[in-house]
Design a protein around this ligand. Sequence first.
Ligand code: SAH
Length: 527
Amino acid sequence: MTGKLLIVGFGPGSVKHFTERAKEAIAESDCIIGYKTYVELVTDLITDQEIISTGMSEEVSRAQAAVKLAEEGKKVAVISSGDAGVYGMAGLVYEVLIEKGWKEAEGVKVEVIPGISAINSCASLLGAPVMHDSCTISLSDHLTPWSIIEKRIEAAAAADFVIALYNPKSGKRTRQIVEAQRILLKYRDPKTPVGLVKSAYRDREHIMITTLEEMLTYEIGMLTTVVIGNSTTFLYDGKIITPRGYQRKYTLNSTKQKLRPHERLKRENEPWALHGGKEEESSSLKFAEEAAKIVGMKDTPEESMIPFQKIEQIFELAVSPGVANKQFTAQQMLTLAKIIGDKGSMEYTPHHYIIVRVPTDQPELIVSKLKETGLLVNPIGDVLTIKACDFCDGEKKDGIPLAEELYERFSGMDMPKETKIGINGCGMACYQAVQEDIGLVFRKGKFDLFIGAKTVGRTAHSGQLIAEGVEPNEALSIVTGIIKEYKEKGHPNESFFKFFKRVKNVHGFQYKDITPVLDLEPLGCGE
Ligand code: SAH
């Protein structure tokens, strides 16, 4: 058999968005079959082909005619807008062939040529709304029972898919979009960004950016695709963006990342994954069950759809009762417990703070609730932390003002790598200020300053004494100078110790190698 069916998706409409193969297919065909409007869109490409164009709802006769002509030995291009396999002619042509007992080996040849579907062409005009899991739903109930369409909208809304509604409305079908909006509003914020794109990449292209609650006040028609964001989709400078989730792991406004490349796929850095951030996976089923519990899924499929859980971000922060104060109150613990609930976690660290991790989309609210109870709240990661002692429970309080001043100025400041300033209220230095990147020890009304401790490893050592008996103001100015220099000249991820060793002189202070002479190989974390 020489006949061939070329089922061509020609994309949104402009010739620029035709694929090379789609153009070739039209050029090599003997006749072109399509809906009138579509034939008009490809006029520029037509040479001497026979044209068979019919009206809407003539798809079946078009498919039958195409099959017949191919069986007669013709090369037939069946054209569909967008992708021919998405509410287009591809499936129907196959169904007509199947009715005739067609088999690929003996029958006419069939080639389906892919095109850009409306979900993609419209998304490109709106920004990047389809960056995450998405689906298309056609609201046309001419061939599909509304009861099924309704279920699909409900399911897609509950599962937080970005949704592209095709065939949203026509002259006669006007209620479907109203119903769709009603269902969506059960699960999504009324302010969810919505894009209405009419005639993408065609002459009468029109783009409207609105919200779920207001979308019906704008024109929606047969040539419109309605793109509905998910729970994380946002609007920026007239563009609809759905984040992929990079912000969970990366800092997007910095070239320096808190997780190094080899750390990015570690389980503990993905507490939201199926493994739950836990070390060993004893049985994947067990974890799947645990994950299902976390998202509120029940055993039966019906129940598992609802209630819908908003996709939240894991918010991480360091919490402590004070700079010098080490005592938590009952009220603070209660507030922490409430905030953490079943889904969050509290991790006790050696750095005078507790790391709180909570899934939330309202980090500001959490910070304000914690602050209300008098807790100090700080970011974690490559930031500066002030570690003061308890000044003998406030009895040796003379060093406290400087500790508080340093906290006010520097706590939470971004640094090349996590940096700690230790401040101890007497020469005992029992909170080990001399073991920190920068250490201040209050003694007889003045401060001794230590810098460059090697804080980790088997060759860990104290910092070197750089100044003795300095006044609080002078201590503050020296520390400020050191921090400034490290911040400016330190390489990303370079500890203060390594920085000092590399540059040899910081703020006028000379580096001395005080590494204990031990014949030990350096080992990495966990080795
Ligand atoms: N096969 C096509 C879809 C055909 S169904 C595709 O893959 O894109 C018809 C619906 O597609 C329209 O009601 C509209 O929702 C959408 N559509 C097709 N072309 C479009 C365009 N250029 N701009 C906006 N929506 C379009």
